[in-house]
Write a protein that binds this ligand. Structure first.
Ligand code: GLU
Length: 308
């Protein structure tokens, strides 16, 4: 099984290697611009414990918005469905950091995977604790789901993002003016920027979200992470909102729930089967990894894995 899986992954990734020069590395966060743009890795972890890796699968990189899946899961575990009064679960059709819709919809973000929605999620996570202990609790959760206590925040990326978080600060202040933030904007930004700066490898990312492929239970440790219904809902939001204004075209091409980050990572869930993470830093115009999406399309085609 693992030999076949490694072969499938290798062939699919090699088939898109020619795409690697296309796209641009995110530079609006200065520390991200320093990455080697030619990195290319991928990992598949199956619910029965098999792992296949390709290229730079074991090298850590900035997971950026992939962290929004962990933060959402934690916020739902914390306050349950009450979250949906403060953030919707609709595709936005707008850029990840857009402010236009927020005015029309009176400070209630379209979904937890655009920046505005993730800032509300950070505000929820802050309830009753300092930014430091809030981030520590999120890291504890990540260590649990990844079954790996070594995962850490890249402090250089965190500081670089905080220093340049002007757009996110605007989104947060705007929502505060609509009373949709309970805490200070600076505290919310601390939590948000620090969780975006978590560094993980493809293998660690795929492993950590295996519970979403197995109805909320980590299939390798047996730990229930979320209820079956909640796992289904998180997957639904990934399907509809995981790639900003390119969510529709990603679903069209790959047919699996996923979440991208501007560090060039993308993770997808194959319910009942596996999770797959890919990494290639050059992004398309919507802020999603160009070659990462192409690799996932090739893997989905070769494996026949899709939910449609
Ligand atoms: N930390 C990034 C930001 O707030 C996340 C964006 C992304 O990964 O898509 O701009």
């Amino acid at each position: 099984m693992t030999i076949e899986l490694n072969r499938l992954l290798f062939d699919a990734c090699e088939s898109v290697r020619g795409e690697l020069a296309t796209g641009k590395v995110a530079s609006y966060i200065p520390a991200l611009a320093r990455i080697d743009a030619n990195k290319f890795g991928a990992a598949i972890v199956t619910v029965d414990g098999a792992t296949a890796t390709f290229g730079d699968a074991r090298e850590t990189f900035s997971i950026q918005s992939i962290s929004k899946v962990f933060a959402l899961t934690q916020a739902l575990n914390r306050i349950g469905d009450g979250l949906w009064q403060r953030v919707q679960h609709e595709p936005s059709g707008n850029a990840f950091n857009s402010i236009v819709q927020l005015e029309l919809e009176r400070g209630i973000p379209r979904n937890p995977f655009i920046n505005a929605g993730a800032l509300v999620v950070s505000d929820v996570l802050l309830q009753g604790q300092s930014p430091q202990s809030c981030v520590a609790a999120l890291m504890d959760f990540l260590h649990l789901v990844a079954d790996d206590g070594s995962i850490a925040i890249d402090e250089e990326v965190a500081q670089s993002e905080l220093d340049t978080a002007h757009r996110n600060a605007s989104l947060a202040s705007f929502m505060k003016s609509f009373n949709n933030l309970e805490h200070e904007v600076s505290d919310v930004l601390q939590v948000y920027c620090r969780h975006c700066a978590i560094a993980m490898s493809c293998e660690q990312i795929a492993r950590s979200l295996l519970f979403l492929a197995n109805q909320g239970v980590d299939p390798l440790t047996g730990a229930r992470i979320v209820s079956e219904q909640r796992a289904r809902r998180i997957n639904s939001i990934m399907m509809l909102c995981g790639h900003y204004d390119a969510s529709g075209s990603f679903a069209f091409r790959v047919g699996l729930p996923g979440k991208s980050g501007v560090g060039g990572g993308i993770v997808v869930v194959v319910p009942g089967v596996a999770t797959i993470a890919v990494w290639s830093p050059r992004l398309n115009a919507s802020g999603n990894s160009h070659t990462g999406a192409a690799a996932l399309e090739a893997i989905a085609r070769a494996s026949g894995w899709n939910i449609l």
